[in-house]
Design a binder for this molecule. Sequence first.
Ligand SMILES: *Cc1c(COP(=O)(O)O)cnc(C)c1O
Length: 220
Amino acid sequence: MGLTENYKKILNEINFLNKNTKLIAVSKTKPVEDIRTIYNCGQRDFGENKVQELLYKYDLLPNDIRWHFIGHLQTNKVKDIIDKVELIHSVDSIRLAEKINIEADKKGIIVKILVQINLSKDENKFGIDIKDLYPFLEYISKLKNIKIKGLMLIPKINLTERELNELFKEFSLLKLDINSKNIDNVNIECLSFGMSDDFKIAIKNGSDMVRVGSSIFGKR
Ligand SMILES: *Cc1c(COP(=O)(O)O)cnc(C)c1O
């Protein structure tokens, strides 16, 4: 199948399960022409995980694309992208949140972020541990130039469908749990989870945003 067919198939599958789930087309490592093809199908939200690559593509592609930063973000690169991205999915430390806040203040903007959560305890290098989540949210909710929109999850690899279901359920419950605490400036509207291999399971568990790469663009 070609790119366009792949894209339409995935979009149909998502819409069939939940019309409100947003598709982020993860275009990392893929050429600008491929992104343009999907753009011409109507897709506007694209995900990248490297700052240099995002900046390169940003310059070459239409400016109504909403870029999502989904990779590990180094603090020294924050200033290069914060005014170019729609949402940073991967905020995983106080240091990073503070840096985004400082640079956003300098530019006079508010940056929308998701907090990356580490539910699997082992393996995943990045993400906030559940035991640190509430102090973390309380702290970064006071940073004026950051808007916390939600949470992001990357499951560890090779989980069974049943394990994924359990993990995704646990993750989904965080939305209710956090919102019930009524922390000032914290309203979790968006849960970003689900990738090529598990987006259907994710949507059935309440995903608001799925990040799909290889099923659209092909293997990397
Ligand atoms: C690469 C990547 C994806 C997309 O993965 P696929 O399996 O290709 O769909 C989603 N989220 C993050 C954070 C990624 O780095």
